[in-house]
Structure formats: structure tokens, C-alpha cells
Design a protein around this ligand. Structure first.
Ligand code: ATP
Ligand code: MG
Length: 392
């Protein structure tokens, strides 16, 4: 039986003037993700996108699984395609809905008629099809107030569609509809989650990662690239910038007070990240910080890091507990990669007694003791770029 997928968008449907742009971006994203699976026919009407596979070999489960990772989609339904003829509708409905109807205790039918020339009106369609289904599945009863299953009949221009039940989409806004930002991606649990959360709000992310060979290994970098690749499932194609950070960390160690290492290192990361963001046309930075999680994530420490930032720094995990962050990391499948035990450049030079509540003026003085300007420029110049693509 021929099937079609109905994709409904959520919040973006409300966004008045921007709606057209949102729709275009969403359409593009969907087509891009599904293209490797085969050919589809697309159409759109009333906050719904209709996706019809053109080849029999296309696996619907795979289509759904990809669609569930596209931001901007509120719900996804699988429907059976019928002729615009009630006899065909009832015949197909009985076959197509068999499993659903046999598993449920109660149902009702709802009809939508975009094509007003269809000879039956909506209440009549509901009544008639309700009768047919009741007869075919005697174990299920009609309940118009609180049904377990709602059977939908959608009469459109070229065809009618019958379906029951819907799956939740990824929600949020279509990727790219809110612009672009640069994610500081470590190998840890938090930053991939932070990227996912901002991507959900329609932000296209690029990633920046700092390495300090030989203190950090190739294996550690590979782990971060693995994270980046995994993140494309939700975040789409991503640029990955890898910054050589060894010289700066050695200079820090040589010239600055040990208790300030972490905070100074974070300020230097921010300075470099902003240079890369400009090249990348990103308008903001994203980090995985959460208040109070570690010494460098107190409010005072954030004041000191943000003092060098001329662009907004988004910290979507800021109010989450570690357990909540882990829950999301598991959902987006980055958790298992993140817990691989490879060292990060942050952990290589961890001070024994970090300043938990640093004072900005003292931090600024400490930073002046190192000769960082040229080193920052060199680090930016020596940055390697790679692109990870969602379509594999
Ligand atoms: P995560 O789990 O994301 O590693 P964390 O709790 O370990 O976070 P920190 O190590 O203090 O916290 O890092 C705070 C944030 O700084 C990270 O979430 C990330 O955004 C950024 N960051 C830390 N190390 C790096 C790195 N080597 N490259 C890029 N960004 C980094
Ligand atoms: Mg970390």
C-alpha cells in the first residue's frame, strides 16, 4: 500500500512574517537529509509537508528516524494514500489501520476537507468511516471525547490520506534560521549538549577545539572529531577548527601565577575563538559551562572570561544539573564517546589550587606577564579546518 509522510511544523508556524523563510529553510533541511535514501515527491499546505517516496526500496523507518532529527518539525505521521473516493478510503483504511485498531480499546474519526468539492462533508465522512471500522474491528469502541486512537482522514487536492497516531519530532526551529555561532567543543559531556541545544533554536554551529600536543594525544583529538561527526545527526554539516594551543599554555606556565592558569587559559581560548568566529561569520560563542560545576565555572570566573568577549557567549547548560546534561547526552548519542578517557588540554595544566573567585583586575595583571599577542595570531594562522557532513 502506498504511503506518505506528513510532517507538521510547530512553533515556526506562529512566527508571522518570518514564516516563509522558516519554511524554506526547513524544506531544504528535509530534502538534504533524505536525498541519500532515494527520490521523494514533496508538497506543502497548511503547515504540513507531504513527503511521498517514489521508489519501493525506500525504508520508511529510516526516513522517519532521519526526520526525527530535523529541528523545526513538531510531529510526524505515516499515512496511507487513497483515491478521492469514499469506497477506496474505507477499503484501504480497514487494511492499513488493522494493527492499530486491534491493539486499542477506543477510537474516533476526524476528517479534514481541504477540497470542498469532495461530495461528502466532514461529519458524514466521520460517521460513515466510524461505522465501517466498528464493524471490521468489533473489539474496539467509539469514544468521541477521550479516544485512545484518533483516525484522521485528510482530503486534499490530488488524493485522500488516512492515518492514526503521530510521532514527536525534534521540535525547535529549522537549522540556520537563527544564524550561526561557534561552539567551543572539548571532549567532555557538556559541550556537545550545549551545541545540540543551540542548534535546536535554529543556530547553525561550527566547532572549535584546542589541542596541546604532545601533552594531548592524537587519540584525544580523534575523539573530539568523532563527537563532531556524531553531532551532525542533529546539527547538520559542521566546520571543525582545530587550534594549536601548546605554545600559549607553555607561556602561561612559564610566566603567570599557577593559581590563575585555568582562568587565563579560558580567556585566551575566548580571544582565539572570537578571531575564528569572525572568519567563520559566526556571531556568538557557545560553551558547555554550568554554574558551579568546577572552579572555572563560578560566576566570578565567568565575569573574568566574559571580560575579553566582544560577542555574546551562550551557555545553554548553565542552569542544568550534571544528571540532566547526561540525559540529553544519552539521547543525542554523544555520551559514550564523551566518557572515553582521553586528556583535554584543560586538564594537562590544571593548577593544584585554582582561584575559585578570581578578581578581574588581578587576572588582567597576571595576563600581562605573558607575551600572548603574537602567539594568538600564530595559533589562529595555524588552525586546521575540516568539514563534517550529515550525509554519509
Ligand atoms: P565539557 O564537559 O564540555 O568538557 P567541562 O565541565 O569539562 O565541560 P571545562 O573543562 O571547564 O568544563 O570546560 C568548559 C567549557 O570550555 C567546555 O564546555 C567547552 O565549551 C570549553 N572547552 C574546554 N576545553 C576545551 C577545548 N580543549 N577546546 C575547546 N573548547 C573547550
Ligand atoms: Mg571538559
Amino acid at each position: 500500500m502506498k504511503e506518505v509522510i506528513l510532517v507538521k511544523y510547530g512553533e515556526m508556524a506562529l512566527k508571522g512574517l518570518n514564516k516563509g523563510t522558516f519554511e524554506d529553510v526547513l524544506f531544504k533541511q528535509i530534502k538534504y537529509r533524505l536525498r541519500p535514501l532515494g527520490r521523494f515527491v514533496y508538497s506543502a499546505a497548511q503547515s504540513t509537508i507531504y513527503i511521498e517516496p517514489e521508489e519501493d526500496t525506500i525504508r520508511m523507518e529510516e526516513v522517519i528516524s532521519r526526520l526525527q532529527k530535523v529541528f523545526g518539525i513538531a510531529t510526524i505521521c505515516r499515512a496511507c494514500v487513497c483515491e478521492k473516493d469514499f469506497a477506496d478510503i474505507q477499503e484501504k483504511a480497514v487494511v492499513y489501520l488493522k494493527e492499530t485498531m486491534e491493539d486499542a480499546a477506543s477510537f474516533k474519526v476526524e476528517a479534514k476537507r481541504a477540497d470542498k468539492s469532495f461530495p461528502m462533508k466532514s461529519p458524514e465522512i466521520c460517521r460513515e468511516l466510524g461505522g465501517v471500522l466498528s464493524e471490521a474491528f468489533p473489539s474496539i469502541t467509539v469514544d468521541v471525547h477521550n479516544p485512545e486512537v484518533t483516525v484522521m482522514v485528510d482530503i486534499r487536492d490530488s488524493h485522500a490520506y488516512v492515518y492514526a497516531g503521530k510521532m514527536r519530532g525534534a521540535g525547535g526551529l529549522p537549522l540556520g534560521s537563527s544564524g550561526k555561532a561557534l561552539l567551543l567543543l572539548s571532549g567532555g559531556i557538556d559541550s556537545p549538549v550545549a551545541g545540540y541545544m543551540m542548534a535546536k533554536r535554529g543556530i547553525k554551529c561550527s566547532c572549535i577545539h584546542f589541542v596541546s600536543p604532545p601533552y594531548t594525544s592524537d587519540r584525544a583529538r580523534l575523539k573530539v572529531e568523532q563527537l563532531c561527526e556524531k553531532m551532525t545527526d542533529y546539527c547538520g554539516d559542521m566546520k571543525f577548527y582545530c587550534v594549536p594551543f601548546t605554545e600559549i599554555q607553555e607561556e602561561l606556565k612559564r610566566r603567570c601565577p599557577e593559581e590563575y592558569f585555568t582562568i587565563l587559559m579560558r580567556r585566551l581560548m575566548m580571544l582565539i575563538a572570537q578571531e575564528i568566529a569572525k572568519k567563520d561569520e559566526s556571531l556568538a560563542l557557545i560553551t558547555g559551562e554550568s554554574v558551579g560545576q568546577v572552579a572555572s565555572q563560578t560566576i566570578q570566573a565567568m565575569v573574568c572570561t566574559d571580560a575579553v568577549c566582544k560577542m555574546p557567549v551562550f551557555r545553554p547548560c548553565v542552569g542544568l544539573d550534571k544528571t540532566e546534561i547526561i540525559e540529553i547526552a544519552r539521547k543525542i548519542d554523544t555520551f559514550e564517546i564523551s566518557i572515553q578517557p582521553y586528556e583535554d588540554c584543560c586538564t594537562v595544566f590544571t593548577p593544584r589550587h585554582p582561584k575559585i573567585r578570581p578578581q578581574l583586575d588581578l587576572i588582567e595583571k597576571a595576563q600581562e606577564q605573558g607575551h600572548f599577542e603574537d602567539m594568538i595570531r600564530k595559533a589562529v594562522e595555524g588552525t586546521e579546518v575540516k568539514t563534517f557532513r550529515v550525509v554519509r
